[in-house]
Structures are given as structure tokens and as C-alpha cells.
Design a protein around this ligand. Structure first.
Ligand code: ADP
Length: 564
């Protein structure tokens, strides 16, 4: 194959077997390796566990620069990584393989630091890889001098930007110091960059490539499908007791003595849920969140990693750098804040390729917690809008009882998936809809009535200044003609559009309203209500005119009863 026809291909294969002890490349690994060896920028997108490290670790071990008239880029590989624990892990692995690698960070002591700098000096530096934090590249004069010297001596092979989504403010893990890495291209012209991430959102990709100044580079994307993961969303356990009981049954019937993670939205909830699982249910359980000391966290993670604890109840602070292959279940105690986050967190299950289950508990009320977090969090207008969009997409996903979960997740990442390819159904929707027929339902008429009602409410000022403010739940109730004193007081019941959706069920009307919100026909906004609590209201979205004037048609996926 073409990828094996480079002058250095034999050496690449030799490194693969002798140094890394592997027999063959996975998809896109060799392509990425050849691209960076040619000296070009490359962007690698692979799911967690896909094998990103090899894409830059193997090139780092190459030692011959000239192959006839062809040039292969060799020298020191500088790896930028966001987490010290990740860096330490990688360096330990490399050293075990006999690859000279080390790391620099603010925690590294004087002596060790000197040794690392020694390894980077001279005409033939002895280190092949050096892992650094983005802060170090930006702020350490000593390191910048070293880089400059490597550059001047043509010993700087490439920059590796690991977890590259941290460069983008649309990513779920934005780091300001990462964004500054954009200056690498101008400070060290001609030095190739290899950016890697498991975060697949198209907007994040475009943004991170632009920020790193590598727009237009070679891109290698791998499928994000995780065939061995089962997806299930539970919507009928809205109360805490029911949820906990369900978790107990789930673990004890399906994963007795198997390891798993439970994600919770707050530190307090983490501790509470962990306490119930441990004290009331008798599972070996620990918790993990950012409020614990570094030692406590390391201790919890290690004891879970080695199986001493069966379950770890954690906030999203627990994540990057977990390398436990046999996680059999990931439970989201409540809705995650984005599909990206959901994918990353569920992706920690089943890295050994064996079956694992991703279970999520959803109720509309839970989303209020997230909305409050967004409102009270830092971040400017655009960042908050982005966070709300992310949450909306996640709500859509949870409320959608029709489409294959896998198909929905992959569609979010721009990847097509045909559920018919599954040998057996692997998500709650496919299981529940087995033997049923999916079809497209035209809900234009009901949608128009709902938007008309929203329009009428927002323009009616029958009873004072607050009359025009309505939440999504209230809008759906007014649409269905539910009798509420507040509706009478505000004059809603006098509107011709009040109750125009009497024939709809609560579930259908709510799902339709969520759909209209996600499609831009309704717009959600948050502000303090009259007692000062933040409340999310809905108003007409930017596309509402198109619906009211009859231009747009609204289609939703539905399923019929069984066909026999
Ligand atoms: P990522 O960084 O994408 O999450 P890693 O680079 O940590 O993934 O690789 C995950 C696992 O896959 C590691 O155990 C690694 O040894 C293994 N791996 C990587 N490439 C190959 C390959 N070509 N063949 C077999 N195993 C591989």
C-alpha cells in the first residue's frame, strides 16, 4: 500500500514491532505517522482508547533523518498535555519501553528539572520526548530558550497538542493557556504540529485548527461508534429514592461485583449517593470530586482502579487519564451538560471491547440545576449561549424515544449510522420499538397552534408587566388547555389559541415543544423572576415567522404500534 512505500516505512514497521511490541497499525495511525514524518501538520480524531499516542510516540523514536533525497523529521518531540497525572502515566510507559522521555511542570524539583534540561541540550539531545504543560511553554523563559536552541540546531522534530479540544472555547474543557499555543506556528516556523483529540464536534474541530493556525492540514477521523456499549435512558425514576433503588437493582442484577462509575452533577450529591450505596446497599463504594485533596482523590481513584472499590461516584472532575479497561457500567445520575460530555463519560466504559452499559436518568426538572449552573457560572454571553445550546441538544437526545441512541450520538458528531447494521438492538429505543414501524409525522398544524399561542401570550399585556413571561411547561399546559388560576389571572384563557392543543398528550406536546425549541421556532432565555430566582422562559424563536406564515413544515419521527 502507498502508506508503506515511504523510504522510512521499513524503519516505521521495525519500531512498531520491536519498540512498541505491536503487530499492525490501527486505522489512520500509519497515515498520521507518515504525514508528520513528512513534516506536515496533522489533526487526529479518534475515540478514547483508539490509539492516539502511537501516532506521535512512534515518530518520536525515529532516528534517521535522510533517506536519499527524502527528508524525515527527527529530533525532540514536545508534547503539550493538560494533566500532570496523564503526563506521568505516559512517561512511565515510555520509560518501560526504553524510550528516553521525561516531563517538565511546575511541580518538578530543581534536580530533576536540571536533568531534563540536560537531556534536551547538545547537538544530539538524549531525550526523544518531553511532556510539558501549556503554562510552561507560555511562561518559562528557560524552556523557551531551550526550544529556541533546539529549533536553531534543527533538533525540534514536532509539537504534539494532546487533548487538543482544550484549545477551543466551544470544547467542554477550554483552557486559556491552550489557546495561546497558536503562537507556536509563528515562533517556530516550519515545525509540524500534530493535534489529537477524542472530541468530535465539528465546530470544536474548526475552531481548534484555526486557533493553532493549522487550518487546511491533513485530518484523520475515525468512526466514533462504540459497538460494545449499550445505551439506555430511564425517564420514569424522577424521585431520588426511586432512582437509587433502580441503581441498586441494576447493579445487583446485571453487574454484581463488576466495576462502574456513577456521575453526579454536584460534590454534595456525589457524597450523598455514595453514602447510600455504601451504607444502605452494601456496595464497596467511594466518591471523587474536586473538593477533595489531591491525596484523597489519588487514593480513591487507585483503590477503584485496582478493584478494591466496585463503584466510584464522581463529578466530571473524574475523567481524563482513567485507564481502566473493565469498566462495565457508567451511570449518569442526572443529565450531563452536553452530548460531548456524555460521549466522553460513557466512553470510559468497555475499553476492553467487552459489553458495557451506559445508563442515564432523565427528568426535565434536573435540567434546571444545569441552567442555574450556567447562569451563575463565569463566561460571557456567547459562552453561556453555547452552554445552553449544548444542554438543549442533550435534552433533545434524552426526550427522543424514537431514534436509535447510537444513531443520535453519532449524528451529533456528523457521522451517519444505520441501526439496521446492529445484530441485535443495543439501546432502549431500539429495544422498545422492536417490531414497530418508524415513520415521519407531520406536526405542522399543532406546531403552528403552539407558536401562535406563544405569540399571543408574548404580545398580550392584559394583566400587568409579567403577563408575557411564560415557561415552557406553562406554555405546554396552556396549549393543552389546563385550567390554572394563574392562566385565568393573566388572561391567557381569553386567548383564542388557549387550549388549541387539547387533543394532545402531555408527553407528545412537551416533546414537540422541545423539538420546536431545538429547531429555533421557540427561544429559551433565563432571567430572575419576581422573587429573584433564575427562571427559564420561552418566547418566539427566530424562525417562528416562517412557521406562522405557512412557509415551514415540521416533521417528527414517531413509531406505530407493533406490526405482526
Ligand atoms: P487514546 O490515547 O486514543 O485514548 P491510547 O493511545 O492510550 O488511546 O491507546 C489505547 C490502547 O490501545 C493502548 O493500550 C494501546 O497499547 C493500544 N493500541 C494502540 N495502537 C495499537 C495497535 N496498532 N495495535 C494494538 N493495540 C494498540
Amino acid at each position: 500500500a502507498a502508506e508503506d512505500n515511504y523510504p522510512w516505512s521499513k524503519d516505521v514497521r521495525r519500531m512498531l514491532t520491536q519498540v512498541f511490541n505491536l503487530t499492525d497499525f490501527r486505522r489512520h495511525q500509519l497515515e498520521a505517522i507518515n504525514t508528520t514524518l513528512r513534516g506536515e501538520d496533522v489533526f487526529v480524531l479518534m475515540p478514547t482508547g483508539g490509539g492516539k499516542s502511537l501516532c506521535y510516540q512512534l515518530p518520536a523514536t525515529m532516528q534517521q533523518g535522510r533517506y536519499g533525497d527524502k527528508q524525515c523529521r527527527i529530533g525532540v518531540t514536545v508534547v503539550v498535555s493538560p494533566l500532570l497525572s496523564l503526563m506521568q502515566d505516559q512517561v512511565d510507559h515510555l520509560k518501560q519501553r526504553g524510550i528516553p522521555a521525561d516531563l517538565l511542570g511546575s511541580h518538578v524539583g530543581q534536580e530533576e528539572r536540571r536533568a531534563v534540561y540536560n537531556g534536551l541540550s547538545g547537538i544530539m539531545p538524549s531525550l526523544q520526548l518531553v511532556y510539558v504543560t501549556p503554562e510552561l511553554i507560555q511562561r518559562s523563559g528557560a524552556f523557551q530558550n531551550t526550544l529556541q536552541r533546539l529549533f536553531d540546531n534543527d533538533r525540534l522534530a514536532r509539537f504534539v497538542i494532546d487533548e487538543a479540544h482544550c484549545v477551543s472555547q466551544w470544547g467542554h474543557d477550554f483552557r486559556p493557556d491552550y489557546k495561546l499555543l497558536g503562537n507556536l506556528k509563528s515562533t517556530y516556523p516550519g515545525i509540524p504540529i500534530i493535534a489529537l483529540t477524542a472530541t468530535a464536534n465539528e465546530r470544536v474541530q474548526q475552531d481548534l485548527m484555526a486557533n493553532l493556525n493549522i487550518t487546511g492540514c491533513k485530518v484523520f477521523k475515525q468512526s466514533f461508534n462504540r459497538p460494545n456499549l449499550k445505551y439506555e435512558i430511564i425517564t420514569d425514576c424522577t424521585r431520588r429514592a426511586a432512582r437509587l433503588q433502580d441503581i441498586k437493582d441494576f447493579i445487583s442484577t446485571r453487574y454484581r461485583n463488576k466495576c462502574g462509575i456513577i456521575y453526579c452533577v454536584s460534590k454534595k450529591l456525589c457524597e450523598d449517593v455514595a453514602a447510600v450505596l455504601r451504607d444502605d446497599f452494601g456496595f464497596r463504594t467511594t466518591h471523587y470530586h474536586a473538593g477533595m485533596t489531591q491525596e484523597e482523590r489519588t487514593d480513591a481513584q487507585q483503590k477503584w482502579q485496582c478493584g478494591e472499590y466496585q463503584v466510584i461516584v464522581a463529578t466530571i472532575a473524574f475523567g481524563m487519564g482513567i485507564d481502566k479497561p473493565d469498566v462495565r457500567f457508567v451511570i449518569h445520575y442526572s443529565i450531563p451538560s452536553s452530548i460531548e460530555g456524555y460521549y466522553q463519560e460513557t466512553g470510559r466504559a468497555g475499553r476492553d471491547g467487552l459489553l458495557a452499559t451506559c445508563r442515564l436518568y432523565y427528568s426535565y426538572a434536573d435540567t434546571k440545576t444545569h441552567e442555574a449552573l450556567i447562569d451563575n457560572g463565569d463566561g460571557g454571553f456567547h459562552q453561556k449561549k453555547c452552554q445552553r445550546d449544548n444542554l438543549n441538544s442533550m435534552m433533545q437526545y434524552c426526550a427522543n424515544k424514537v431514534d436509535c441512541r447510537r444513531k443520535q450520538v453519532l449524528a451529533y458528531f456528523g457521522e451517519a449510522f444505520d441501526p439496521a447494521l446492529c445484530k441485535e438492538p443495543t439501546c432502549d429505543n431500539c429495544i422498545n420499538n422492536q417490531g414497530k414501524v418508524a415513520y415521519d409525522k407531520d406536526v405542522t398544524a399543532d406546531s403552528r397552534s403552539l407558536i401562535q399561542l406563544c405569540h399571543d401570550v408574548c404580545t398580550s399585556r392584559t394583566s400587568g408587566c409579567d403577563a408575557e413571561k411564560i415557561t415552557l411547561i406553562q406554555l405546554v399546559e396552556a396549549f393543552r388547555g389546563i385550567n390554572r388560576k394563574a392562566f385565568v389571572d393573566r388572561g391567557y384563557t381569553m386567548l383564542q389559541s388557549f387550549g388549541s392543543g387539547k387533543h394532545t398528550t402531555k408527553t407528545d406536546a412537551t416533546r414537540m415543544a422541545h423539538h420546536l425549541q431545538a429547531q429555533g421556532y421557540l427561544h429559551a432565555y433565563t432571567e430572575p423572576n419576581y422573587v429573584g430566582f433564575n427562571t427559564t422562559y420561552v418566547t418566539l424563536g427566530q424562525k417562528s415567522d416562517r412557521l406562522l406564515s405557512g412557509q415551514d413544515v415540521i416533521i417528527m419521527r414517531e413509531v406505530t404500534g407493533s406490526v405482526s
